[in-house]
Design a protein around this ligand. Sequence first.
Ligand code: ATR
Length: 283
Amino acid sequence: MIHSLPITGKTQIYGIIGYPVTHTFSPLIQNAAFQAIQADAVYLAFEVHPDKLPAAIEGIRSLQVCGINVTVPHKINVVPHLDEVTATAQRIGAVNTIKNQDGRLIGTNTDGQGFIRSLSELPFIPQNKTIVILGAGGSARSILVALAEAKAEQISLVNRTISKSQQLVDEFSPIFPETQLRTEQLENLHNISIDLLVNTTSVGMDGDKSPADLNEFKMVQHVADIIYTPQQTPLLKQAKQLNIPCINGLGMLLYQGCEAFEFWTQQKAPIALMKTTLMQLLK
Ligand code: ATR
């Protein structure tokens, strides 16, 4: 049993900005983690209208807020307001975590690394692997960067709007010369051996559509769907039926939070506790 620490004159403030933000799981997960390490810190949700984003960032500075998560729709627009952005966040072009280091706001992006950490539950290591990503939006971008940084051998992007997947290929091929990036039609991938198929599209959120029929592929070794509501999308149900090891998006959600916590505190995140807290929220 964890007891809350009293709020004091020295309590450090952390939080999340988004619009809307009230549905977020982060306050319960991060406050549980702060309590576990006996930190005199509190984590709150702040609803920030897009017009008020510059003022909110100024507020972080003037109120000396120690750390902030950034969610939709601010992840891209926040970047010009920061003093420093990590190489990974620069590549992704979006920030989901800000640390206030002695008045300097440093932005990073823990989404991709959170995804990579979630793969350990399969287990799966991206190095030298052939990977297919469905989708070419913001999530696909952070996952593509993380997989290429983890030295995947080949990444094929499949997207409804081909110009968007092609744009990612054109942008990242020169940055990651050791990873073969290409845009593909799903049909052209049916006869290759795929080590990991990742769904980053929203197809499956309604519970009755799947972005791919796994029966049509010669070989898919692992499946990851970044959707976590529902916890079992039609794609994941099919993977289970076919005995293909698979994960949903809860791991990515959990581990991006663990990475943010570690970025702020320089301490190991209490992963088991954060996971239990998240699972209780979903009950
Ligand atoms: P996120 O930040 O979660 O990645 P996003 O940037 O809006 O969200 O990207 C959503 C992705 O899901 C896109 O790749 C989108 O395809 P388009 O680029 O063609 O829009 C994909 N997507 C959404 N609805 C889809 C549908 N019904 N069928 C196929 N792809 C879909």
